[in-house]
Design a protein around this ligand. Structure first.
Ligand code: VG1
Ligand code: CO
Length: 544
């Protein structure tokens, strides 16, 4: 097999965003586009010869083709072994798990996560390190720099590798091992949670749940774990077959896009527990009967109840949340007397804290929760954690959340997204807020005193690095906040996110709808930013 060195020209738009490089499939299909980025990864990663990588994706359109490209390039770049999920499938948390369990040197995950798939949808590539976590900013910057100066990439003229049966193949000097994408992950879950108690919960026949895999990658994982290992009825997993275009849907588990599940969770005869996950299986949405648990509350509740799960029975070292995530978990950390860290948006910022043993649990408002068991957020893990809590407490989801609010206070929370706004308009909104920040402290907005206002910068306590411009925040003396941020995962125009939160310690005032409770702050957020005029939008695209 010959190694080919192919001349190429740089593309100017290959900057990894919040979570890897995401673009339209048609962009990735340009000759050399994927190859350039993958070569930049190999160049920046500078792996020793003969190292081991894990490769897999969420099964979306272009996944199989991209994997063959990655394998050929790995062979030409001196990689010794690649572990690839059967059929090219690995959920993001399973990829992280396999990297760690098999002591691989890193991994390449092919996914655009919650973005739609199919020929007209999105594709993405992400590089993870040997800890199983997304490459930190220093590495993603080095990759981006390399994409701007690249002049050739290396590949081999070998055939496609058969990915549909477990076993080993040789591609030049590279050994490609096709592995079961579910096994390592399912075993890790059995170690963390009390599967006997969960089996007993389903065996009684009284408890019913629905899991919406949204025709994305978690279908096979959920079927194996929930239906086969835990004995839940075999109609527990809906939309369980991964499809290249996710059945035309938007594989984002929220109240808007997981609409069918939300409908089925309504009414007296609805199941007790509902959950969904996203394209690559790292997000989760938690529902009770007629009840939605905000991701920020879910993180706080997992933290407060962590000792109920076997894997966390010794308690937590600390917790972390992304800056826009509500402060609900902060109240729990305070009560438990453990550290609580506030990081920029994106899972890559949790890696150092997890590796250093400073935190055990972490999460984001964007339906992401995880722990030190892997280095990615983990959808099914969160669902099993909730099941474990439900099994031990014997209460409903709603009871558990309401009791939590009574004990710790309720953080009313909402995020308003304005998707595909012209980039200039989105920048103008951010600039409008930015120019007012200095003058805001001490003033009164929506009847609340502004305590501080800034452009969030993160100082990593482990490696001392600083990440600036991570979102504009207005913090009120009573704990309320308004945060503005531009998305780093969109592929068309700009997505503006406005995060709004207030704290309600009074149990008699905790029963309002979040949109009602936050009405004044939402109004203030629009007024301050002049968002409606600058974007010519009069409503958000998605409210979560
Ligand atoms: C969004 C979320 C962020 C999450 C990221 C990747 O980023 O806000 O919390 O980590 O998606 O999630 P942004 O920059 O668009 O706000 V996933 O499941 O798409 O890998
Ligand atoms: Co995802």
């Amino acid at each position: 097999m010959t190694i080919l060195t192919v001349p190429t020209q740089p593309f100017t738009d290959q900057n990894p965003g919040t979570s890897g490089l995401r673009k339209r499939v048609s962009v990735f299909q340009q000759p050399g586009y994927l190859e350039n980025f993958v070569q930049a990864v190999f160049d920046a990663a500078d792996l020793p010869r003969g190292s081991t990588l894990v490769v897999g994706g969420d099964g979306r359109y272009f996944n199989r083709q991209a994997i063959q490209t990655v394998l050929r390039m790995a062979a030409a770049n001196g990689v010794g072994r690649v572990l690839v999920g059967r059929g090219g499938i690995l959920s993001t948390p399973a990829a992280s798990c396999v990297i760690r369990e098999r002591k691989a040197d890193g991994g390449i995950i092919l996914s655009a996560s919650h973005n739609p798939g199919g020929p007209n949808g999105d594709f993405g590539v992400k590089y993870n390190l040997s800890n199983g976590g997304p490459a930190p900013e220093q590495v993603t910057s080095a990759i981006a720099k390399r994409t701007r100066e690249i002049s050739e990439y290396r590949t081999v003229d070998g055939p496609d590798v058969h990915l549909d049966r477990d076993g080993d193949h040789q591609l030049g000097n590279l050994r490609v091992s096709v592995i079961d994408p579910v096994a390592d992950y399912a075993e890790l879950m059995e170690r963390l949670f009390d599967f006997d108690a969960l089996r007993a919960l389903f065996a009684k026949g009284k408890f019913r749940m629905l899991f919406d895999a949204m025709h994305a990658v978690t279908g096979p994982y959920a079927k194996e774990i929930l239906e086969r290992r835990l004995g839940a009825p075999n109609d527990t997993v809906m939309n369980g077959e991964p499809l290249e275009d996710f059945g035309g849907g938007h594989p984002d588990p929220n109240l808007t896009y997981a609409h069918d599940l939300v409908e089925r969770m309504k009414g007296a005869s609805a199941p007790d527990f509902g959950a969904a996950s996203d394209g690559d299986g790292d997000r989760n949405m938690i529902l009770g009967r007629d009840f939605f648990v905000t991701p920020s509350d879910s993180l706080a509740i997992l933290a407060a109840n962590a000792k109920l799960a076997r894997g966390y029975s010794k308690g937590l070292a600390g917790v972390a949340r992304s800056m826009p995530t509500s402060g609900a978990v902060d109240h729990v950390a305070k009560r438990l007397g453990i550290g609580c860290y506030e990081t920029p948006t994106g899972w890559k910022f949790f890696g150092n804290l997890l590796d250093a043993g400073k935190i055990t649990l972490c999460g984001e408002e964007s339906f992401g929760t995880g722990s030190d068991h892997v280095r990615e957020k983990d959808g099914l893990w969160a669902v099993l954690f909730w099941l474990n809590i439900l099994a031990s407490r014997g209460e409903s989801v709603e009871q558990i959340v309401r009791t939590h609010w009574r004990d710790f206070g309720r953080n009313y929370y909402t995020r308003h997204d304005y998707e595909e706004v012209p980039a200039d308009a989105a920048r103008a909104v951010m600039a409008r807020v930015q120019e007012q920040l200095a003058a805001l402290p001490g003033t009164t907005v929506a009847g609340r005193r502004v305590q501080s206002a800034d452009d969030f910068a993160y100082h990593d306590p482990v490696d001392g690095s600083t990440s600036e411009h991570q979102g504009l925040r207005i913090i009120f003396a009573d704990g309320a906040r308004i945060v503005y941020r531009l998305s780093g995962t969109g592929t068309s125009g700009a997505t503006l996110r406005v995060y709004i939160e207030s704290v309600e310690p009074d149990a008699s005032k905790q029963n309002h709808d979040a949109q009602d409770a936050l009405r004044d702050l939402i109004g203030a957020s629009l007024q301050l930013s002049d968002l409606r005029r600058l974007t010519a939008r009069n409503a958000p695209t998605v409210i979560t």
